[in-house]
Design a protein around this ligand. Structure first.
Ligand code: KIV
Ligand code: ZN
Length: 519
């Protein structure tokens, strides 16, 4: 059995503009646990108090997988990682330090001896604080194999039982990577208690191929992310590794413990909460993964599915019957459908999502899976406490409105006031955002803004997602859903602002409403 370490919540979150709050991370972690992932790398706790909180939330709640936290080979990082993991039933500290000449010279400014010394000191410390320790030599594929052998030996002697060999910049080629595994495994001389692991990036599109080559070279653990999310070209895609091993068991003679029928739901959940859409041609989980367009292919498929199909849609849960819910559907059916879609909401969040569902039923007749996913995501991403809620709003736009689109917005505050303002903008959303900014008066920059539709029909709900950055450097996201697209955009903005207040409070930062606002 090949073990899977999912690092969506750590390396996946390092992708540009990705910022998950603890509730969103928990939601993804619950789904990873439900699908039988062996290890969830929940974050890098010493990176920020927010990261610490996310790892702690996952460690405290999620049961089944081992929960891992990343740490540099430094005492303070390791102690913080141990603290964040204290509530986990099964935990692992993952210590890393760079090994390549480029990293030593330009990043660490350390000699080989100093790096070795850091490993000799940090691994026993990690082992004294946590039953399981993993060690990674960063940029291993561009490092001297003899130096790697001394590093991994030192880590093993110090108590690490998982030795992770990295292709940090996606530089390796499959044959070469398999050879590196063989050489290191032989050179380190480890016993059966040691697991070798592969961590591949996708800069040259080789991450899956390199991970599979590593298995041929002796790897017993693969690190991957949902949808291959991650920095630059991303990490190895979990769904590709799982299905490649399953489909070509004849070659790899191995499998994973992952319940593949949950792959589609997990992939959609991660895409939704992270805000990076799945490309339609993405292997295994893309919208086109099981559609056959050309006549020749369709003919072959009708005669015998295996002519053009090596994976069946049902194997990865992509065949889920479309169930349409409506205003007569009850909370139970609603909750069950959400579970199928990968959302395990605690009761208070389910109540909120159900209230949103009932409101949406007043706006449209049939509620699709896309609507349900958007409703659940809206609740998961919303701050538990709201400083502002939407009162009333009025938008004036069209090609007969003199002076351009105008918006009037009234916001209710949590201390019982109602404040309104109006503005002109270059479009209805712009006008509404300027009007809200005049009320909120925080120094905000809109970093990301997208509007989509939850289904293909003209009565589809609009789903808006925004990321704003406050002058203090805090970046937060919010989402909104409504059949009125401008309202969805207003709710998304307010949700981000409410999340900002929560994030600032967690960091002891006082937000000053006097700041010069921008949008
Ligand atoms: O890419 C990398 O080398 C990493 C390590 C920290 C494991 O992410
Ligand atoms: Zn990485």
């Amino acid at each position: 059995m090949v073990k899977i370490l999912d690092t969506t919540l750590r390396d996946g979150e390092q992708a540009a503009n990705v910022n998950l709050n603890p509730a969103e991370k928990l939601q993804i972690a619950r789904q990873l646990a439900a699908m039988g992932i062996d290890v969830i790398e929940a974050g890098f706790p010493s990176a920020s108090p927010g990261d610490f909180g996310c790892v702690k939330a996952v460690a405290d709640e999620v049961r089944g997988p081992t929960i891992a936290a990343l740490a540099r080979a430094r005492e303070e990082d390791i102690r913080v990682a141990a603290e964040s993991l204290a509530g986990a039933a099964s935990r692992r500290i993952h210590v890393f330090i760079a090994a390549s000449p480029i990293h030593l010279r330009h990043k660490l400014k350390m000699s080989r001896e100093e790096v070795l010394d850091a490993v000799r000191k940090s691994i026993p410390l990690a082992k004294s604080l946590c039953p399981e320790v993993q060690f990674s030599a960063e940029d291993a594929s561009r490092s001297d194999p003899d130096f790697l052998i001394s590093l991994y030996r030192a880590a093993m002697t110090g108590g690490a039982t998982i030795l992770n060999i990295t292709d940090t910049v996606g530089y390796a080629m499959p044959e070469e990577f398999a050879d590196l595994f063989r050489r290191l495994i032989a050179g380190i001389g480890a016993g059966p208690e040691i697991t070798f692991s592969a961590h591949c990036h996708n800069d040259l599109g080789m991450a899956t191929a390199n991970s599979l080559a590593a298995i041929r070279g002796g790897a017993g653990q693969i690190e991957a992310t949902l949808n291959g999310l991650g920095e630059r070209g991303g990490n190895a895609a979990l769904e590709e590794i799982v299905m490649a091993l399953r489909t070509r068991r004849d070659i790899y003679q191995s499998d994973t413990g992952v319940d593949a029928s949950r792959l589609t739901a997990a992939s959609r959940l991660a895409a939704k909460l992270i805000g990076i859409a799945i490309p339609p041609n993405k292997p295994v989980v893309g919208a086109n993964a099981f559609s056959h367009e050309s006549g020749i292919h369709q003919h072959g498929m009708l005669a015998e599915r295996s002519t053009y199909e090596i994976i069946r849609a049902e194997e990865v849960g992509a065949d889920a019957a479309v169930i349409v819910l409506g205003k007569h559907s009850g909370r139970h059916a609603f909750g069950e459908r959400l579970e199928k879609l990968g959302y395990s909401l605690p009761s208070w969040q389910l109540d909120k999502a159900f209230a949103g569902f009932k409101r949406l039923c007043d706006e449209k007749k049939e509620i699709s899976d896309g609507d349900l996913e958007a409703l659940a995501a809206e609740v998961v991403s919303a701050a538990p406490e709201r400083i502002y809620t939407l009162g009333a709003y009025e938008i004036n736009c069209g090609n007969r409105v003199p002076g351009g689109p105008t918006a009037w917005v009234a916001l209710k505050t949590n201390d019982g006031r109602e404040i309104c303002d109006a503005a002109v903008g270059n479009g209805p959303v712009d006008a509404a955002y300027i009007a809200m900014q005049r009320i909120i008066r925080l120094d905000l920059t809109l970093e990301k803004f997208s509007i989509g539709a939850t289904s293909h029909s003209s009565d589809a709900a609009g789903e808006a997602q925004v990321t704003v950055r406050h002058a203090s450097g805090i970046s937060v996201s919010g989402r909104g859903i409504s059949t009125d697209t401008v309202k969805a955009c207003i709710i998304a903005y307010l949700s981000a602002v409410n999340n900002l207040y929560m994030a600032a409070a967690a960091k002891n930062i006082k937000l000053s409403p006097e700041g010069k606002g921008n949008r």
